[in-house]
Write a protein that binds this ligand. Sequence first.
Ligand SMILES: Nc1ncnc2c1ncn2[C@@H]1O[C@H](COP(=O)(O)OP(=O)(O)O)[C@@H](O)[C@H]1O
Ligand SMILES: [Mg+2]
Length: 147
Amino acid sequence: MINRILTAVDGSDASRRALAAAADLAQKYDAELVLLYVIRDMQIPDSVQKMADVETFKGTRLSAMQLIGQQILEECEKLVTLTGVKEIKTEVRPGDPAGVILHYAEEADMDLIVMGSRGLGGLEGMLLGSVSRKVTNLSKIACLTVK
Ligand SMILES: Nc1ncnc2c1ncn2[C@@H]1O[C@H](COP(=O)(O)OP(=O)(O)O)[C@@H](O)[C@H]1O
Ligand SMILES: [Mg+2]
């Protein structure tokens, strides 16, 4: 039985298609739908890390990304509401996207993870992006990747 569905959204067209599939399933199964946006950690080299204003910069970036995440989730939530899904929850979390998606899915006892096969990354010719690949490889929970 599918009671709780997790959709990972990054603002890409593929993740919008994933959202549409997830909403359709949630509506049919009468399941709760969680929309998760992950603020990717920024890789800063050690030499730059020591600079005094790096912490301020990180804080500013985090606030900006939080705003972007909220905007994406708001837009997605509006689309889902129109489909008649009753229980919708939104989450913004910082970290490694695949790691956070996997951790959240386990912690919140999700029954299905729905992702786009690709996201915003520009690497051409790949069938799966690094996030969808890592989640599918490591997840103990069923995954649906939407093309
Ligand atoms: N930051 C993120 N937050 C939530 N979901 C994400 C994030 N990045 C990617 N995803 C999910 O993983 C899917 C595949 O994206 P990804 O593996 O990053 O491909 P690409 O390499 O093309 O960016 C997206 O459609 C989305 O469902
Ligand atoms: Mg990506």
